[in-house]
Write a protein of this length. Structure first.
Length: 138
C-alpha cells in the first residue's frame, strides 16, 4: 500500500475517532466523570486516538527523532499542536494511573480535559488547512 493511501486511511480513521473522543470528553464534563464505565470507555478511545496519532506522525517522519523534527517545522501551528498532543498524552496517562489508584476525578484530570479540548480545536484547524487531502481526486 502506498504511503499516501495509508495516510488517507489513518487520517479518515482519526477524523472518526476525534469526533468520538470529543463526544466522550464532553460527556465526562457533563457527568463530572461520575460513571466508571464512561471513564473507562474514554480511556480506551483515547488510547486508540493516540495510537492513530502516532501512526500518522510515523507516516510523515518515520523513525527519526520526532522532537527534533517538530522543532524544525516551519509551521508554528503544527509545532504547538505537537506540544499540546504530548502534554495531553502525558496528563492522560498520569490521570489514568491516578484514577486507578483513587477511583475519583482529580484536578489533574481537569487539566487533561482542558488540554484535550485544546488538542481537538487545534486538530480541527490542522485538518481544515489540509482539507484538499481528504477530497477524492478525479
Amino acid at each position: 500500500m502506498k504511503k499516501s493511501t495509508k495516510l488517507r486511511l489513518y487520517n479518515r480513521s482519526l477524523l472518526v475517532v476525534s469526533a468520538v473522543i470529543l463526544g466522550s470528553g464532553i460527556q465526562l464534563e457533563v457527568i463530572h466523570s461520575s460513571v466508571n464505565l464512561w471513564v473507562w470507555l474514554h480511556i480506551i478511545i483515547g488510547l486508540i486516538f493516540m495510537v492513530l496519532v502516532g501512526i500518522h506522525i510515523f507516516l510523515h517522519f518515520g523513525r527519526s527523532n520526532w522532537f527534533a523534527k517538530f522543532s524544525n517545522l516551519k509551521s508554528r501551528a503544527t509545532r504547538i499542536l505537537w506540544w499540546v498532543t504530548v502534554l495531553t498524552l502525558i496528563t492522560g496517562l498520569a490521570s489514568t494511573v491516578r484514577y486507578i489508584a483513587t477511583n475519583t476525578h482529580t484536578p489533574l484530570g481537569g487539566i487533561h480535559g482542558k488540554l484535550g479540548f485544546l488538542l481537538i480545536i487545534l486538530s480541527i484547524f490542522h485538518i481544515a488547512k489540509r482539507l484538499k487531502f481528504f477530497i477524492n481526486k478525479k
